[in-house]
Write a protein that binds this ligand. Structure first.
Ligand code: BTN
Length: 254
């Protein structure tokens, strides 16, 4: 029902004018008896209860940005390897956005898309694990595209493509590019040829090898991000002690 030049990602595209959260909507659809095709994408012009990581709210001005969720069935990925999906999606988004914003794009671990020191996009992945394998993955993506004004505390921490380019970007064209890029990396991974994904991901990390400040349980320290562990924990080398691996809720960037 669309013109995306993909095999399956985005071929079943459902556009909603308003919904609470595209992740919720997609999750509900997958529990219906009719099986949804892999690669189904739900996009919304307006999300009135968009969800972020750690129970945060995802705000987006209606009609201005991309807010969508993608269904994958990566049952070849074991639970211990699930971080590979975070890497795949962040690298794909980075690849596509690089064409619009050639300078300053990084991935803030685990999967925030950053432009210099501001957030331009976020990813919320919700996996269904059955027998140690990922039976289903709902990949929610929010990108700030044409929104020019951000309210309150988002103001200083958020950026959009249009703020930088001083012109609007076509949302459907961008969505098509993202679907193409995700599919390409996903097919490689499924065929066992996703070997350089980790290196690509690490090379794009925000603050990689830079001394910066972090907060662990209220304790502030200085250190350098060195990379990630096998399972996707963040490896930071504090300036005066040995490397530590952190889980998502264990460390905050300051
Ligand atoms: C984050 O940065 O904390 C993750 C944000 C994820 C937002 C997207 S928008 C589409 C999808 N539906 C949701 O409710 N959340 C994700």
């Amino acid at each position: 029902n669309n013109t995306f030049s993909t095999l399956f990602v985005g071929q079943n595209l459902i556009k909603l004018s308003a919904v609470d959260s595209t992740n919720n909507y997609l999750k509900n659809l997958t529990s219906n008896s009719e099986p949804l095709p892999e690669g189904t994408v739900i996009m919304a012009e307006h999300q009135f209860a968009g969800r972020g990581q750690l129970g945060n709210v995802w705000h987006a001005e209606p009609g201005k940005n991309l807010t969508f969720s993608l269904l994958l069935r990566p049952s070849f990925i074991a639970i211990e390897q699930q971080f590979v999906l975070n890497m795949l999606v962040s690298v794909a988004l980075n690849d596509v956005l690089l064409k619009y914003l050639p300078d300053g794009l990084t991935v803030k671990w685990p999967n925030d898309i950053y432009l210099n020191d501001k957030k331009i996009g976020g990813v919320l992945i919700e996996n269904l694990i059955v027998g140690r394998l990922i039976k289903q993955s709902i990949i929610g993506i929010g990108l700030n595209i044409n929104q020019l004004v951000f309210e309150g505390e988002l103001k200083d921490r958020t950026v959009s493509i249009a703020q930088i380019l001083q012109q609007d970007v076509n949302l459907m064209a961008l969505l098509a590019e993202i679907c193409t890029q995700i599919e390409q990396l996903y097919l490689k991974l499924r065929a066992g040829r996703g070997t350089n994904l980790r290196d690509l991901y690490v090379s794009r990390l925000y603050r990689l090898n830079k001394i910066a400040r972090y907060n662990h349980n209220g304790q502030v320290f200085e250190g350098k991000i060195e990379g990630i562990s096998e399972t996707g924990l963040l490896r930071i080398k504090p300036i005066d002690s040995a490397t530590v691996e952190f889980g998502f809720k264990e460390v905050a960037f300051i």
